[in-house]
Design a protein around this ligand. Sequence first.
Ligand SMILES: Cc1cc2nc3c(=O)[nH]c(=O)nc-3n(C[C@H](O)[C@H](O)[C@H](O)COP(=O)(O)OP(=O)(O)OC[C@H]3O[C@@H](n4cnc5c(N)ncnc54)[C@H](O)[C@@H]3O)c2cc1C
Ligand code: SF4
Ligand code: SF4
Length: 495
Amino acid sequence: MPHVITQPCCGDASCVYACPVNCIHPTPDEPGFATAEMLYIDPDSCVDCGACVTACPVGAIVPDHRIPLGQERFTDVNAEHFADQPPSTVRFPVDALWRKPLAPIGKPQAFNGLPDPMRVAIVGSGPSAMYAADELLKHRQVQVTMFERLSEPFGLARFGVAPDHQATRSVVNLFDTIAAHPRLQILLNSPVGTDLTLDQLRAEFDAVLWAGGAPTDRRLDIPGVELPGVQSATSAVGWYNGHPDFRDAAPSLSAERAVVIGNGNVALDVARILTADPNRLADTDIAPAALAALRDSALREVVVVGRRGPEHGAFTLPELVGLADGSARVWVDPEELRGVDVAPLDNREDAEKVALLREIAARPRPAEPYLRLAFGLTPQRVLGTERVTGMRFVRTGTDEVVDLETSLVFTAIGYRGRPIPGLPFDDARGTVANVAGRVCVDQEPVPGLYVTGWIKRGPTGFIGTNKTDSAETVANLLADADTGVLPRRPALATR
Ligand SMILES: Cc1cc2nc3c(=O)[nH]c(=O)nc-3n(C[C@H](O)[C@H](O)[C@H](O)COP(=O)(O)OP(=O)(O)OC[C@H]3O[C@@H](n4cnc5c(N)ncnc54)[C@H](O)[C@@H]3O)c2cc1C
Ligand code: SF4
Ligand code: SF4
């Protein structure tokens, strides 16, 4: 009976290092890791020892005879990942127990030349900041002070992840443990860049690590987007999660139809919450005002619109499985899948998504309110004069106009980092200019300045992706400290 990785997996790879037979893939040193939608257990190699279960911060791993309701399909999802791989490269027989295990990610490298004490400032307290602090604090000389602009820590792990994804949100328990470290101080309500400046931090600390995330929505550039009734998915997420910046961002739920433009995981989150049974959400930590509004909602349909065809949905396979097999009411018009050919697809997950969409399309239309997935529509303009009355699309690659009547539109076409005063900005990527986490001007490192997380690599990946990302930045920061590259801060006595 092998173990199985299920939907909440956020890709931090802790299980990889716990597994004695190396049957969890892709590992951080394999090429597919950076783009993986989740990690998978090879059922033919798993010896059922359970070591990975305790390593997982979000409870995503279960023995396959105890899979929670709605997650059963993940047995196949795990197995199929290995189906097309040559056995010699991924399968390990039971005697692989004697293989040399991968070096645990948590094992600190020895640095003998670190300043003592070494004081590091981290800006932000989201996942990338917490993983970075965890790495830094493995070295007894390091003291970390974290500056968080909000009154609560942990960034999007608290204010982004949807309230019905409680398992994923439980990663904050891990962050609570990290936060309790005696050499870590978290200063809340402490924005950097207003009263407290980056220059002040640079003068005060041996190194400054910026982990402020990439909080800005990519703007949908079409006429009418400024009309009342159009809002960003970010503002809706912030509203239902009680983010202080979005208390006044309540959408008007008197509409019968809402349209979400974009079909990534965040678009699905918003549409799922808007169509969820409020009684189910009542058991979560959704903001009370949002729950009350959802109880009074008139919505009958939330249409999630993708520009490309069903074979190129931006959502991940685990999220679609969760939608199809969980409590969500989801529907796809069978017409959307007519003529879709999966043969040319080189990505196995895309083909599996189409198979699952066909399964959903074959079901009867669910009770209202439901979430409808629509494909192949390119947004042209928001219709209306005083406020939104509809959305105009063209069928992608054609001149055929498709109008959808609606008075509520959410844009969910991705995130982008904002320039930060004092830090070089890579405008093309929307990130702080850096090489492997060292902030750089013209590829030349600026001594003592580092970045990690979404503002380092762009808004991609899952909560756990920030662990390997932060490990890279911290390794470079410590190597610089070890070799004396960091600027010397004034002696303690003179400050
Ligand atoms: C809506 C949404 C849902 C998601 N759901 C999932 C999910 O279900 N599973 C999953 O694995 N991943 C999910 N993700 C992705 C995940 O949240 C990100 O990978 C992760 O949060 C990025 O971490 P970060 O530390 O770079 O940024 P953030 O989490 O954004 O943290 C940045 C922190 O820095 C603070 N900050 C910013 N500027 C300053 C400043 N000047 N001074 C002080 N503090 C500052 C912010 O307040 C924030 O706390 C989701 C993302 C979004 C947007
Ligand atoms: S149960 Fe044991 S062998 Fe199987 S994946 Fe987990 S750690 Fe590896
Ligand atoms: S969340 Fe991390 S530990 Fe859990 S299954 Fe995913 S990669 Fe493994």
